[in-house]
Ligand binder design. Structure first.
Ligand code: 2RA
Length: 337
């Protein structure tokens, strides 16, 4: 297969290189694209050096089977037709097309079959916070439909990209040296702080990040009446997002039922032994593939309520890995590239 990565120098682009290799993805030729700034950089994949080409409106995507794109919504919008016009499937990590009716929004463990309905040759990869949440919601929703979700996120610097991760490290170093911290990527100093804002505010008082969780969950789970109220918070963690989730289901679900369903669910690992102080934490889950669930308990405020804690690597399952798994799902279910 001929595979392209667009945005190859970014945090997610670099993760694509690692994940494609780890997953032993079948690749005859890998093409890397980026902005004029990253064009000319060289990355090694399976022992071969590949030079990043500048993304341009030309025929570079002729013969490409799948293009994994992660270069921002503006770039995705501008280059979608250039990328797909010769038949390539574009699996896009940006927010550009997620809510378009003719673009499927896919998490393979939840709605993998939607990936086969691609009138525009585009498949959207959901936002990282939504991906890890719906992977955990699906097995519970299969027992009894979820009526509503409350969620508070604890989002790592990685969600804002490689430069944001550098900024967090640099802030710590600057503070230790007694210097003023550099603040460019976040609204405030993130080191030794938490910031209750991810992305910009919308008119209803929620941020765009919070509204992504609201809208994307409905689309992925085919549940237009499933409402999600989210508070998204940036925390001084390098990599892997955490989420505290409360759900209300139509029928009560016992802890035993929930634990069994989550333990058997694809892509989920239950790590939940309070007596042994065992629960998932971002420091341990960074670089892991599955979504981890712990702190499973009844919600004391709601007869049909459950509460639990979910941690997933934002760059992996929240971005590159989910996109690669979409392609793997399609291949496993008969798609010929
Ligand atoms: C963040 N959700 O964590 C974003 C990245 N897609 O900032």
């Amino acid at each position: 297969m001929r595979i392209a990565i667009v945005g190859a120098s970014g945090a997610v682009g670099q993760e694509f290189l690692r994940v494609l290799d780890e997953q032993n993805f079948p690749i005859d030729e890998l093409l890397l694209f980026g902005s004029s700034r990253s064009a000319g950089r060289k990355y090694t994949f399976r022992g071969k050096d590949i030079v990043v080409k500048e993304l341009k409106h030309n025929d570079d995507f002729e013969g490409v089977d799948i293009a994994f794109t992660s270069a921002g919504a503006g770039t995705s919008r501008e280059y979608a037709s250039t990328i797909t016009k010769h038949g390539a499937i574009m699996i896009d990590n940006s927010s550009a097309f997620r809510m378009d009716e003719d673009v499927p929004l896919v998490v393979p463990e939840v709605n993998g079959d939607d990936a086969f309905n691609t009138p525009r040759n585009i498949i959207a990869n959901p936002n990282c916070t939504t991906i890890q949440m719906v992977v955990a919601l699906k097995p519970l929703n299969d027992i009894s439909p979820i009526k509503r979700v409350h969620v508070a996120t604890y989002q790592a610097a990685s969600g804002a990209g490689a430069a944001a991760m550098d900024e967090l490290m640099e802030q710590h170093a600057q503070l230790v040296r007694g210097e003023e911290p550099t603040i460019e990527k976040f609204a405030y100093q993130l080191a030794y702080n938490v910031i209750p804002q991810v992305d910009v505010f919308t008119d209803n008082g929620y941020t765009k990040e919070e509204m992504k969780m609201y809208n994307e969950t409905k689309k992925i789970m085919h549940a237009p009446s499933l409402d999600v109220s989210a508070t998204c918070v940036r925390v001084p963690v390098m990599r892997a997002h955490s989420e505290s989730i409360w759900i209300e289901t139509e029928q009560p679900i016992s802890i035993e039922q929930a634990r069994e369903a989550l333990s058997n669910a694809e892509g989920v690992v239950v790590l939940d032994d309070p007596a042994q102080k065992k629960y998932p934490m971002p420091l341990d889950i960074a670089n892991e593939d599955p979504v981890y669930v712990g702190r499973l308990r009844k919600d004391l405020t709601c007869a049909n309520g459950l509460s639990f804690w979910v941690v997933g690597d934002q760059i992996k399952k929240g971005a590159a890995l989910n996109a690669v798994q979409i392609a793997q799902y399609m291949i496993a279910h008969g798609k010929k590239f």
